[in-house]
Design a protein around this ligand. Structure first.
Ligand code: ADP
Length: 608
């Protein structure tokens, strides 16, 4: 189907690596079985109902004019030889022909325009929904497959409207119109016609069902292929360095081959549609010609009537052909809608926030600004990550969480941000259980620097303005100065417009980290969560950043996750986490004496 090719082209254009998306191979998404029906199209076209009615009217006029043509011709032919002027009939015929073409063109333009509008609306909805999915969905799903739903599937869906729905509406109209007029000419011939056509149509409908299944598989495999491309492009340096480029492109090639196979299967099924229809149409034509010719010879029928009947046969057959085509297109489009609806059916992250009231959001307490109360947590289907964790973070303090890798330190920060919810226990921010707060309110009070310090493609300024879109250039320069990045803007000459590259590849690891710091500082949140904030900087920069942190922490609460004790030794409180449990809490000195694990960590880092 041509729609399939369009899908692939759009696909290629739309493949982009979303910044900050870790490129690990993830398991297949869980199949969410939803079978899109024709009525599921309605919500997507509802907003366009006005213009759709207009299109229906225009197509009604065009169809009506097309139906009148044979009638005029019939009169014309039956009048030939009789002494009646044919000038007015010829003029009428020309007028009607031009009118049919004109209204046809108007209908086609309006339809395309509306379809583009529908696709635009659908893409916006889909993108909004994608960006609001719970974080756990991104753990489960492959980014590339999600991208392909926004790109390729919406493109295929368009054809439901352009060559689908309306073709069917106007075809049905033409079909019954022609049938009624044929009945006025010769009922017996009409009966023969319908019998022959019904057989062909039944066969094609069966093919349509099979094509829908094949199309769904084809679109799924386009998603797989995009995911495979994204997976490699997301880690292209590592792939090159590992010498795996050939193997990986072969793998993507295999995914592309699957798309090809499904495409070929659709072609095979589609190939039968036309011949089946042709045979039944040609058969009908021959039979009508034979029977009709006999009736003309025996004087039961006039020549003009037979010609008009045959013309109506064409009028009847054309919409039938396009209705059949539309039916198969709709099957393909519905398969695409299936894939879009799978995403739309997922609850957005904020779906549970409906009933939250204002007062709960604004509450301020005098107690600890952050508290974990007997929190246990596991990632979906995974082993326990946190086990009965309780701790408090005092307002304005600097608290550190240390412990071996995999102990669950980053997970604690993810829970505070509410990327996930605990299995049991509660987390309090400023005295409120985080589940009673809107996520947007909660997050606006928290600045979070992720471990990988992800940077978005674009300029320095765009990155800094991520949380504070209206920050002035002066504010940006000041914050860059604070984290020691001002040399970057001065040296480049591009100033704040300096491009950082996809995922920040044009920056060094340390620069990326400092940019992430600057972004968080600029937002001015009262609580700072820093995950391994100095993992990519040298020890001199680390010392400088310590100072920055101390200054920034004067009127803020800072919670730092680190495995390097040097980063956190002077914290007000250090929480030692091991295998998901808090094993000790205290200052550096206290822990050196009290906690064997802390002592061991310190010794390993030549720090005791
Ligand atoms: P730390 O920060 O102490 O190194 P993490 O909190 O990152 O530890 O990880 C704790 C455990 O949770 C690890 O075993 C890790 O494999 C697992 N984990 C981390 N993130 C996810 C995730 N998104 N989905 C499933 N498991 C995860």
């Amino acid at each position: 189907m041509d729609g399939d090719n369009r899908g692939l082209t759009a696909q290629a254009a739309d493949v982009q690596k979303p910044s900050g998306a870790p490129s690990v191979e993830q398991g297949s998404p869980r199949p969410v079985r939803s079978k899109a029906r024709l009525r599921d199209v309605w919500p997507h076209i509802r907003d366009h109902r006005g213009v759709l009615v207009l299109i229906a009217v225009v197509s009604l006029i065009a169809s009506g004019l097309a139906l009148v043509q044979p009638l005029i011709l019939q009169t014309l032919i039956n009048n030939v030889g009789i002494d009646v002027s044919i000038t007015s009939a010829v003029t009428l015929l020309i007028g009607v022909t031009i009118g049919t073409a004109f209204f046809g063109a108007v209908q086609s333009y309006l339809l395309r325009r509306t379809a583009e509008g529908v696709v635009l609306g659908t893409r916006r909805t889909l993108v909004w929904h994608l960006f609001h999915l719970p974080i756990v969905e991104f753990d489960r799903r492959r980014i590339g497959d999600l991208i392909s739903r926004v790109g390729a599937d919406t493109t295929l869906f368009r054809s439901v409207i352009t060559s689908g729905l309306f073709d069917i509406v106007s075809s049905v109209l033409m079909f019954f119109g022609a049938m009624a007029l044929m009945a006025t000419i010769d009922v017996a011939l009409l009966a023969i016609t319908l019998a022959a056509i019904t057989i062909g149509t039944a066969a094609v409908l069966g093919l349509g069902m099979a094509m829908r299944r094949a199309s769904r598989r084809a679109q799924d495999s386009v998603g797989d292929m995009t995911a495979a491309v994204e997976r490699v492009l997301g880690a292209i340096r590592s792939v090159r360095a590992a010498g795996a480029t050939e193997r990986e492109s072969e793998r993507v090639g295999e995914e592309a081959t699957k798309v090809y196979r499904h495409g070929v299967r659709m072609a095979a099924l589609g190939a039968f549609v036309q011949p089946i229809m042709s045979i039944s149409i040609q058969g009908t034509f021959v039979i009508v010609l034979g029977v009709g010719g006999y009736r003309v010879v025996t004087g039961v029928m006039e020549v003009g009537d037979l010609i008009a009947f045959l013309l109506y046969l064409f009028v009847l057959v054309r919409p039938l052909g396009s209705a059949i085509g539309a039916y198969t297109t709709i099957q393909t489009g519905l398969a695409a809608l299936d894939r879009m609806q799978e995403v739309l059916a997922l609850p957005s992250e904020t779906a549970d926030e409906e009933g939250l009231n204002e007062p709960a959001r604004l509450k301020r307490s005098s107690g600890p600004i952050l508290a974990f109360e007997r929190v246990s947590f596991a990632y979906e289907d995974g082993p326990p990550v946190l086990d009965d964790v309780s701790f408090e973070v005092e307002r304005g303090s600097r608290t550190a969480i240390v412990g071996p890798s995999g102990a669950g330190k980053s997970s604690i920060l993810a829970l505070i941000e509410r990327f996930y919810d605990p299995v049991s226990g509660s987390i309090f921010v400023d005295g409120s259980d985080v589940r009673t707060l809107r996520r947007s309110d909660l997050r606006s009070r928290i600045g979070y620097v992720e471990q990988e310090a992800p940077v978005l493609a674009g300029s320095l300024a765009a990155n800094l303005r991520l949380a504070v879109p209206d920050a002035s250039d002066e504010m940006l320069r000041a914050v860059l100065d604070e984290v020691g990045l001002s040399s970057l803007t001065e040296r480049s000459g591009a100033g704040l417009d300096l491009q950082v590259g996809d995922g920040g590849v044009l920056l060094s690891g340390g620069q990326r980290q400092r940019l992430a710091w600057a972004r968080t500082f600029l937002a001015g949140a009262e609580i700072l969560l820093l995950d391994e904030p100095t993992s990519s900087v040298d020890s001199r920069t680390e010392a400088a950043l310590q100072n920055v942190l101390r200054r920034a922490g004067r009127d803020r609460t800072v919670l730092v996750v680190a495995h390097r004790l040097a980063t956190v030794a002077d914290s007000d409180k250090i929480i030692v986490l091991d295998a998901g449990q808090v094993v000790a809490t205290g200052t550096h000195q206290e822990l050196l004496e009290r906690s064997p694990l802390y002592h061991e960590l310190a010794q390993h880092q030549l720090f005791a």
